[in-house]
Design a protein around this ligand. Sequence first.
Ligand SMILES: Cc1cc2nc3c(=O)[nH]c(=O)nc-3n(C[C@H](O)[C@H](O)[C@H](O)COP(=O)(O)O)c2cc1C
Length: 307
Amino acid sequence: MEGVMDATMRDIITRQGGFDLCVTEFLRIVDELLPSKVFYRLCPELAHGARTPSGTPVRLQLLGNNPEAMAANAARAVELGSPGVDLNFGCPAKTVNRSRGGAILLTEPDTLYEIVSAVRAAVPAQLPVTAKMRLGFDDTDLALDNALALQAGGAAEIVIHARTRKDGYKPPAYWPLIAPIVDRLDIPIVANGEVWNASDYARCQQESGVQAVMIGRGALAVPNLANVLRGQASPMPWQQVLAEVMALGERDRTEGRERYMPSRIKQWLNYLQIGYPEAEALFMQVRRIGKAPEMASALQLAALEIP
Ligand SMILES: Cc1cc2nc3c(=O)[nH]c(=O)nc-3n(C[C@H](O)[C@H](O)[C@H](O)COP(=O)(O)O)c2cc1C
């Protein structure tokens, strides 16, 4: 998730257990082969076997519309150790869509096919090329055509965010609209959108007809959500969550991101409010804090106040 799920967050979240795979924030490809340092910056895990410190594989995600450039950068991603490549055809951002990137390509199934097949040809056969799509741009008319185009191009798996670009992030996610795509395709489909707890997970599986689910914001709202969905844990207690929030703050401070630390903490608290009322109260307390030392003190105080 762009702007949120960087390597530090991936480390914190995957350490809670239960995740099979992480995908990086998207790397925007225009028409050039990007230097290796750009790949390492986005995915520092490449220097450590493309796994988070707790061992979850991390796959690089590319976004763009130029088949040759996508192919060249995909080849570089796997050379540097990414276990396959994921292609983003779901991003709803206006700036991205204006330059024919992300979800806008869902109006052009032929282009999807060209991109995936060029990338497939550039990536060694044993490594998967996967894709992420929404149900459509303005409507869902091309949902099946797009999924078929991705499959025909050689995608090994497709994650379907069960909304159109027009729907944005507005609930609900239309899980039942994934089912006819599952019926027609031969490759595995992963359902995505609005899975926040075990009952959403069960309903999503039942309505979409797929077992595998990708979670985005839910993992930020309840950090051990993957294990909760697997029935192996209850949502972690607030005290433990707060310790992770403090750890994020400490890492940002000690790893040269002091300036961004307060806004990152607020950003995470914002997601955590969905799972924890305590996060809402803390967010209100710290929302005007702009300096890292002050934020660290406020978090410490909050930890001391937990009974
Ligand atoms: C801030 C933000 C950034 C995102 N960045 C990406 C991204 O880089 N690549 C991607 O495939 N999806 C991205 N997404 C979409 C999520 O992966 C996911 O499809 C969407 O949030 C719906 O799933 P959820 O309800 O589990 O969050 C992003 C979503 C948000 C809210």
